[in-house]
Design a protein around this ligand. Structure first.
Ligand code: ZN
Ligand code: ZN
Length: 164
């Protein structure tokens, strides 16, 4: 998507939809960080982030709650559902790549914090893989699953009327 003056526009938000953002302008470096702080902040093996230092970021619904993880940085997340959203440092802000509505187009180009990389991370691509419905007989609830996750586009109202 493009803005009126032909600048790229991106949108995204948390899983529950309470917090939504809009980025107008060119995205900066996309990275993953293996450092122990990024592991804890994401509850994950590493945290994928893209710099929005050179772009304009608006919070179009709600706003992240922030935890000051060091004297230099704040970590923003949705206070309702916990989705990690920002890394905010004196030299600029970065957003969590997977929180974007279309993360497939934001490929990381560098890894940081590799001294803390977990020992099995490099072996993950070699693990056996199955799609979500491969074992539906042992998880029959999947056949009637109703997602309460916010969709990957902006919405007029959230949650939908029938659920609010
Ligand atoms: Zn949320
Ligand atoms: Zn880190």
């Amino acid at each position: 998507m493009m803005s009126l003056d032909n600048r790229p526009v991106y949108a995204g938000g948390c899983q529950c939809g309470a917090v939504r953002f809009r980025v107008e302008g060119t995205l900066g470096d996309a990275s993953i960080c293996h450092c122990r702080m990024c592991q804890k902040a994401s509850g994950n093996f590493y945290l994928p982030l893209v710099s929005v230092r050179g772009a304009k970021v608006d919070w179009t619904r709600g706003e992240p709650k922030r935890f000051r993880s060091s004297n230099a940085a704040w970590r923003g997340f949705c206070a309702d559902c916990g989705t990690p959203l920002t890394f905010e440092a004196p030299d600029g802000t970065a957003l969590a790549i997977a929180a974007f509505d279309d993360p497939a187009g934001i490929a990381p180009t560098i890894q940081w914090g590799i001294e803390a990389k977990l020992p099995y991370v490099d072996a993950i691509p070699q693990l056996p893989g199955e799609d979500t419905s491969a074992d539906i007989s042992s998880a029959p609830y999947l056949a009637e699953l109703v997602s309460y996750q916010h969709p990957d586009h902006d919405t007029e109202q959230w949650p939908p009327k029938e659920r609010s």
